[in-house]
Every structure is written in structure tokens, then in C-alpha cells.
Unconditional design. Structure first.
Length: 136
């Protein structure tokens, strides 16, 4: 009985989180905006399919003892692509929400836009490297 309750609760939580992510991606037009920023608008359907397949595979591997054995160079390449996607997705989200222009106007930093963008990029890369390489 308790196992059934755990299964129903976990499934319900997954539906809620998945719906929230889909709502975020859909309502803010993040995927089309990301495609527009990278001049790859003709691949929007491919982006959507890859996100769905990746999410399903990640859910399956996290819920089961299924493991994928990959050599280290391939893991580095996959990690680089995943980091690039997350960075582009975060940039598209920030642009859609107009976070950077509002901050620049609010703090009167019009002449420092390029420095702000590069510091955000370098901070994200450095933080990721510290997390992956040093913190265990």
C-alpha cells in the first residue's frame, strides 16, 4: 500500500514539474528565441524533439539502475554541448525577460555592457569548472 502511494506521489510530482518546465519553455518562447539568436530557426522542431528525448532518457536513467557507459573524451564533448545549450538557454531566458537591459538602465551602466556580458560568461564557466573539477 505504501509503495503504491509513493509511486502515485512521485508520478504526480513529475507531472507537475514537467508541466512547469513546458509552460516556461512555451509561454516565454525560449526555444524559438534561442533558434533566432543562433540563426537556426529551421531546426526548432529538432530542438523540441531533442529536449523531449533527453528529458525522458534522463528520467529513466535516474529512476532505474540503467547506466550508460561512455569513455572520457566523449563525456567531455557531451558535457561541452550540454553546457553550451544551458548557457544559450539561460541567455535566451534573460533576454526574453529583459533582465540585462533593465539592470543596465537601472544602474546607469550603458558604457559597460560588453564587460557585463563577458563577466557573466566567465563567471558561469569558472563556477561550472570549480563545481565539476574541485568540489567533490
Amino acid at each position: 500500500m505504501i509503495n503504491l502511494l509513493v509511486i502515485i506521489t512521485g508520478f504526480s510530482n513529475g507531472i507537475v514539474v514537467g508541466s512547469g518546465i513546458v509552460a516556461l519553455l512555451t509561454l516565454l518562447d525560449i526555444i524559438p528565441r534561442l533558434a533566432q539568436l543562433t540563426n537556426t530557426y529551421k531546426y526548432v522542431e529538432l530542438y523540441e524533439n531533442v529536449i523531449i528525448i533527453g528529458s525522458v532518457l534522463a528520467a529513466i536513467t535516474s529512476l532505474t539502475s540503467l547506466a550508460i557507459s561512455i569513455n572520457k573524451p566523449l563525456i567531455i564533448i557531451i558535457g561541452l554541448f550540454m553546457g553550451t545549450f544551458v548557457g544559450l538557454l539561460a541567455s535566451a531566458l534573460a533576454e526574453v525577460m529583459n533582465v540585462i537591459p533593465v539592470l543596465i538602465r537601472r544602474f546607469r551602466l550603458q558604457g559597460y555592457v560588453i564587460y557585463i556580458l563577458y563577466s557573466l560568461i566567465c563567471g558561469k564557466v569558472l563556477g561550472s569548472l570549480l563545481d565539476f573539477l574541485l568540489i567533490k
